[in-house]
Design a protein around this ligand. Structure first.
Ligand SMILES: [Zn+2]
Ligand SMILES: [Zn+2]
Length: 388
């Protein structure tokens, strides 16, 4: 993903990360006016700025996209498509003044279905990855069933060599007026043109490839990035890989919803990992140097001090999951000691344990006092119960 050089969207709009939707809109309106191509004729720098501002606004004004951006950074916009500047304006044709363009962005211009280009629907794809894949990141090839524009007719539904005709009933606007006489006077309403269903066009000789619909169901193979550090429930939008638009409208986006499978050894809590490490009670009592295998497959040597108690935690710094926004920053791996009490003792082993107890002055039926770490545990339990 060659998105490293991209400026931060909040920086582009000159706002802080906790800005409200209202602040974002205000900052965008101001900058869009300043850099609009109509105001800066022939200034390529201004045009680039205008596109940059538009892209930042498109992401930050959409709660879902903003959330994904906050978590993934620019990786969230995916590798392909990404053409807000190019794609965003084509559909609206030239000639519109600044306010027309702003109205389109801000959802102005009244209700009802607009004739002409319609953006395609967004798609959701649930992707399950292993914890190892979430650690390393990478790429996965997926099959996405979706509608695409028919290649034979280019999406307009007309047989090759012919063109759709402008609808005569609505003159291509997609809407017709209805005039009603009511007790309040004459009321004019606008309704979707019944002849063209609001498309503004009528196909006389339908394309054989798509039966005049302009679209076909296809299963498309896509390579999708797995961001290192991805966690359960995170979403990654991939621009322009959703359903095809109507009448050459831009396609929708594809949202990858990540699910991370449970690991049989490692537990995850955000960037931190936990592993239970069995020790024999002899190792725990005498101390030892053991080798702990991390999620990446590396082995890390860990010194177990003499007299290590069950439940003792050792932290291996930097052996957790990477931060999804900065892969150089990593969580820790906590090793939780599980002392194993030996079972299925032989007669000789029983004997040696009894003589061990004798050496310690232990008497059958008498339990030991709480030692230091036992007391600590009891204090912790009491605190947890009292909630302080
Ligand atoms: Zn076709
Ligand atoms: Zn019509």
């Amino acid at each position: 993903m060659a998105t490293e050089s991209k400026r931060d969207y909040y920086e582009v709009l000159g706002i802080s990360r906790d800005s409200s939707a209202e602040d974002i809109k205000k900052a965008y309106r101001q900058l869009a006016r300043k850099f609009h191509p109509d105001v800066n004729q022939g200034d390529a720098g201004a045009e680039d700025k205008f596109k940059e501002v538009g892209e930042a606004y498109e992401v930050l004004s959409d709660a879902q996209k903003r959330g994904a951006y906050d978590r993934f950074g620019h990786a969230a916009s995916g590798g392909s498509g990404g053409g807000f500047g190019a794609g965003g304006f084509d559909g609206f044709g030239g000639g519109g003044g600044l306010d027309d363009i702003l109205n389109v962005f801000f959802g102005g211009g009244g209700g009802g279905r607009r004739p002409g280009p319609q953006r395609g629907e967004d798609l959701r794809y649930d992707m399950e990855v292993t914890l190892e894949e979430a650690l390393r990141g990478g790429e996965k090839t997926i099959q996405v069933p979706r509608t695409e524009n028919c290649e034979t007719c280019g999406g307009n539904g007309a047989a090759p060599g012919t063109k759709p005709d402008t609808c005569v009933q609505c003159g291509g606007t997609g809407a017709t007026r209805q005039v009603q006489q009511t007790i309040l006077g004459t009321v004019q309403t606008s309704v979707t043109c019944p002849r063209c269903q609001g498309r503004g066009q009528v196909v006389k000789s339908p394309c054989g490839g798509c039966a005049g619909r302009g679209k076909l169901r296809k299963t498309r193979e896509l390579k999708v990035p797995i961001p290192p550090g991805v966690d359960d429930g995170m979403q990654l939008p991939i621009r322009g890989e959703g359903e095809a638009g109507t009448l050459n409208g831009p396609p929708g986006d594809l949202y990858i919803f990540f699910g991370v499978k449970e690991h049989e050894k490692f537990e995850r809590d955000g960037m931190d990992l936990y592993i239970s490490q069995p020790l024999t009670f002899v190792q725990a009592a005498l101390g030892d140097t053991i080798s702990v295998s991390t999620l990446s497959g590396d082995s890390v040597s860990l010194a177990i001090p003499e007299g290590t108690q069950n439940g003792t935690r050792f932290k291996l710094r930097g052996h957790g999951m990477p931060n999804i926004r900065n892969r150089n920053q990593k969580g820790d791996l906590t090793v939780v000691i599980a002392v194993q009490v030996p079972t299925k003792l032989s007669e000789e082993e029983r004997k040696s344990l009894r003589s061990f107890a004798e050496l310690r002055g232990e008497v059958a039926g008498q339990t030991p006092d709480h030692h230091d770490s036992g007391k600590g545990l009891w204090e912790r339990i009491k605190h947890a119960v009292k909630g302080d």
